[in-house]
Design a protein around this ligand. Structure first.
Ligand code: SAJ
Length: 427
């Protein structure tokens, strides 16, 4: 059978690899011709997929990366793995899904199995896909089959892969669920069938909103502990010894990535349509979004101890990626922290061996400085924003430069020039 994977990003490419491994012929469709050409040349654009894996896919003679949607007419099944960003006014942007649906409608084939994987609000599968095909006279469960199965790819996670992470799937009808479960049962270790696409869509948003709300709560705990003169990191360590009914989250400089900052907004937007206002999502968003400001004023407090001020200091941000050991800058709080320092008149640079450069709000390309520790001594303070494993924290602490540690990355390293978020500034 021929399976189409639409969108060859951090979700679609690993899914294509698993689909090939299961013995299918895979047509991978992506808008970016460059990525398609690279794949054909055995080059991977996804950190977790190696070049040799892609070479192997091409050598199998069953992998066909393309930008051409005309191939849809020859497919038996299609998985849609396109982005679901937010529009400028923070509403869901389902334009990528809509574009794909238009293409499938043009090349529709009787009996086609369509599975949407993109994270989105409950009702999307029904409203943007099922209803569109029913307008053309196709009946779901008879003329075509429709499922929703959320992606659970965790970039950089070596332990949990596309194959071994349980896969939730909901079908529009019993028959849809049966066919969807059959296909995905050949691709992943465990399929978790649920009674509708809405349940599957909502389960994904629950998973990620749960994270956003709990991270926001820990950020609030950090600010509270700062005020009350308590070390929040020690508090979390102590609470984490509870073997049941507790799981730790950690304060940070804010939340980044393409999931956690966005997914809750999809949920609250849809809930509003039912005249339901989610207070948790709103409060979590405002606390998380405020953390860069909190880092700025903590840095100001620390510089004051050295009789310095932000607007006349040289500040080095350590780590710009949204989480450790990845090169992804999307929604990274580091970007906001950089802008805040720059706007406050500081001379700010950053060092991140994974994220080599970014474009700032004025459209200027900002490059990471080199990892020359000697040069780090010229800064008035360093702000640890992303705790990459490759940083040598002992060496950084020994530079004698004041460090604002927003991740407890220097945990266990005793040094008087380290000031943690959520730990009172030693006056
Ligand atoms: N963060 C904190 N404190 C925490 C955890 C995370 O500040 O305790 C920050 C991170 O630094 C990052 C942001 O929140 O900036 C998001 O972190 P994340 O660990 O949730 O990482 P993501 O965005 O890669 O989330 C993915 C999600 N996977 C999918 O959406 C399929 C999420 O569901 C996973 O639970 C998460 O990975 C994971 O567990 O690593």
């Amino acid at each position: 059978a021929k399976v189409g994977i639409i969108g060859l990003g951090y979700v679609g490419l690993p899914l294509a690899v698993e689909t090939l491994k299961a013995g299918y012929t895979v047509i991978g469709i992506d808008l970016h011709a460059g990525k398609v050409e690279n794949l054909k040349a055995g080059i991977s654009h996804i950190q977790d997929i190696s070049h040799e894996t892609i070479r192997g896919c091409m050598e199998s003679g069953r992998f066909f990366p393309t930008t051409d949607y005309n191939v849809l007419a020859e497919l038996d099944a299609i998985s849609i793995c396109v982005p679901t960003p937010l529009s400028p006014n923070q509403d869901p942007d389902t334009s990528y899904i809509i574009h794909v649906v238009e293409q499938i409608k043009t090349h529709m084939r009787q009996g086609l199995l369509i599975t949407l994987e993109s994270t989105t609000y409950p009702g999307t599968t029904e409203e943007l896909i099922q209803q569109e095909f029913e307008k053309l006279g196709y009946e779901a469960g008879v003329d075509f089959f429709l499922c929703y199965s959320p992606e659970r790819v965790d970039p950089g996670n070596r332990l949990y892969t596309t194959y071994n992470t349980p896969k939730v799937i909901g079908g529009t009808t019993e028959k849809c669920l049966e066919l969807g479960s059959l296909l995905y049962g050949n691709l992943v270790k465990t399929v978790v069938p649920v009674t509708s696409p809405k349940v599957a869509e909502m389960s994904k948003l629950l998973e990620n909103t749960f994270r956003s709300v709990n991270i926001a709560f820990m950020n609030e705990m950090a600010m509270m502990c700062d005020r009350m003169g308590i070390n929040v990191w020690e508090v979390i360590k102590a609470a984490s010894t509870k073997p049941f009914g507790f799981m730790p989250f950690y304060p940070g400089p804010g939340i980044g990535g393409h999931c956690i900052p966005l997914d809750p907004m999809y949920l609250s937007w849809k809930a509003k349509g039912y005249r339901f206002h989610s207070q948790f999502i709103e409060i979590a968003q405002s606390i998380n979004d405020n953390m860069p400001d909190y880092v700025l004023n903590k840095t100001g407090q620390v510089l004051n101890i050295y009789a310095k001020a932000i607007n006349s200091s040289r500040i080095l941000i350590l780590g710009m990626a949204y989480k450790p050991d990845v090169d992804d800058l999307r929604e990274s709080p580091g970007l906001e922290i950089y802008e805040l320092f720059a706007k406050s008149g500081a001379k700010v640079d950053y060092y991140d061996p994974y994220a080599q450069s970014f474009v700032d709000k004025e459209g200027r390309v900002v490059h990471s400085i080199a990892g020359d520790l000697e040069a780090f001594k010229d800064y008035d303070c360093m702000v640890l924003v992303t705790n990459h494993r490759c940083f040598d924290y002992q060496q950084l602490a020994e530079l004698g430069v004041a460090i604002i540690d927003t991740r407890n990355a220097f945990d266990g390293i005793v040094s008087k020039n380290i000031y943690k978020l959520g730990n009172p500034v030693a006056i």
